[in-house]
Design a protein around this ligand. Structure first.
Ligand SMILES: [Zn+2]
Length: 357
C-alpha cells in the first residue's frame, strides 16, 4: 500500500478543507492545489470466495494480481490520484462491504476486475442498467483501453460493452465499471491468464483507461538533452580527433573520428545533470562498413565508470541505447568515446542524448 493517499488527506486537513466537496479557498499567497482524484479499485472475490476456477487457475488470485498492477502502474506513472482497494490480500470481503466502503470514502470512480467463466472467449465490460453520461464515458474509456492493452500481447475477442444489474454497479454512488477479463474455463484464454506479460498488458490498459477518464497528468521528469560534437562548451577532444562530413548518417553538420590506439584519449560529452537519478543514455553515430566494430563508450555513472562496447560499422543514423545508468547531479563529462580498442577502423564521436527515466 502506498502511504500517498494518507499523506494527501492529511494535507487537506491542514489546509482546512472542512467539507468534502467544498471548493478549496487558497490562503493568500499560497497556491491552490487541485484535489486528487479518488479511484476505488475492487479485485473481485477473495478469501473463502475463490470466484470462478478452471485450468488450474482461481479467479480471486488473478483479479488481485491485475488490480495490484493497475494500482502500481497508476501510482508510478501518473500524478493526482488516490487509490483505495477493497482488498490487497486474499481476504474475504462481502459485496456490501465493498460498495459501503467506496461510498463512504467518496470515490470518484469504482472499477471492479473479474475473470469470466461459463464457456466463451474474450473481453467484455459492464455498467449498470441505467446510465448517466459520466458512467458511459468511463465505460468507453475502460473498454477500449483494456482491450487495446491486452491486444498488445495477443488477439482478444471483443464481446462488447454491456449492462447488468450487478451489486457493485447498482449500489455504488459514483460511475462504476466491471471488467470480465477472458474466460478461466477456456483453455486458450486460461493460457493467456497464465502469461505474466498478458496480465501486465491488461493492467496497463485498465490504468490507461482510468487515467484517460480522470484526466490524470502523466508523471514526467521532462529532462532530456542532446549534446552534439559541435555543441558549444559541451564537447572536448584532443587534436587527434579529426572532423568529417563523409557519412550522411551524421548528426548535425559533422562528426569526429580517430584511429584506435591503446590509450584512452577519449572524446567527452558534457551534460548538466539536474538531479541524481536514473538516465537513459543513447548515442548517435554514422555507420560505415570500415568503422570500428568495438568502440568503447564510457559512461561516468554514480558508482564508477561503465564501459559499453558499440559496433560502429552498423546501426548508424539513429539513436542507439547504451543503457540506463544512475547518474549523480552536476555539470560534468558524462559520456566518453575511447580510442582504446584492438578492433580496426575509426572510432566515431558524433552525438549523445541523455534522458531522465
Ligand atoms: Zn467474478
Amino acid at each position: 500500500m502506498s502511504s500517498h493517499p494518507i499523506r494527501r488527506r492529511a494535507l487537506f486537513q491542514v489546509a482546512g478543507a472542512a467539507a468534502v466537496g467544498a471548493a478549496l479557498t487558497p490562503w493568500a499567497g499560497v497556491p491552490a492545489f487541485a484535489a486528487n482524484k479518488k479511484l476505488y479499485l475492487d479485485p473481485g472475490h477473495g478469501g473463502t470466495d475463490s470466484g470462478a476456477v478452471g485450468n488450474g487457475l482461481q479467479e480471486k488470485a488473478l483479479t488481485l494480481n491485475i488490480a495490484l498492477q493497475i494500482r502500481d502502474i497508476l501510482l508510478a506513472d501518473y500524478s493526482g490520484i488516490d487509490i483505495r482497494m477493497s482488498r490487497t490480500t486474499d481476504a474475504t470481503v462481502s459485496l456490501q462491504q465493498r460498495t459501503d466502503d467506496a461510498n463512504a470514502w467518496g470515490a470518484d470512480i469504482f472499477i471492479s476486475v473479474h475473470i469470466n467463466s461459463g464457456g466463451g472467449t474474450g473481453f467484455e465490460s459492464y455498467r449498470y442498467l441505467t446510465t448517466d453520461s459520466a458512467t458511459l464515458a468511463l465505460h468507453n474509456a475502460m473498454h477500449s483501453n483494456a482491450l487495446a492493452g491486452m491486444r498488445t500481447v495477443a488477439g482478444v475477442t471483443d464481446r462488447g460493452m454491456k449492462t447488468a444489474n450487478f451489486h457493485v454497479l447498482r449500489e455504488t454512488t459514483m460511475p462504476a465499471i466491471l471488467t470480465e477479463n477472458m474466460f478461466i474455463d477456456t483453455v486458450a484464454d486460461a493460457n493467456l491468464l497464465k502469461n505474466a506479460a498478458f496480465l501486465t498488458a491488461d493492467a496497463r490498459g485498465h490504468a490507461k483507461g482510468i487515467a484517460s477518464y480522470l484526466g490524470l497528468p502523466p508523471k514526467s521528469t521532462g529532462y532530456s538533452t542532446i549534446v552534439d560534437n559541435a555543441t558549444a562548451g559541451r564537447f572536448t577532444a584532443s587534436a587527434n580527433w579529426a572532423t568529417s562530413t563523409y557519412s550522411t548518417q551524421r548528426y548535425g553538420a559533422d562528426y569526429r573520428y580517430a584511429n584506435p590506439v591503446l590509450a584512452s584519449d577519449a572524446a567527452w560529452f558534457k551534460v548538466n545533470i539536474p538531479a541524481a537519478g536514473n538516465y537513459k543514455v543513447e548515442t548517435w553515430y554514422p555507420a560505415v562498413a570500415g568503422y570500428n566494430t568495438a568502440t568503447p563508450f564510457v559512461v561516468a555513472a554514480a558508482g564508477g565508470n561503465q564501459t559499453i562496447v558499440v559496433d560502429q560499422s552498423t546501426g548508424g543514423g539513429a539513436w542507439r541505447s547504451l543503457g540506463t545508468f544512475a547518474l549523480a547531479a552536476g555539470d560534468y563529462n558524462v559520456v566518453g568515446v575511447s580510442r582504446w580498442t584492438s578492433a580496426a577502423g575509426y572510432v566515431i564521436a558524433d552525438a549523445v542524448r541523455v534522458t531522465q527515466v
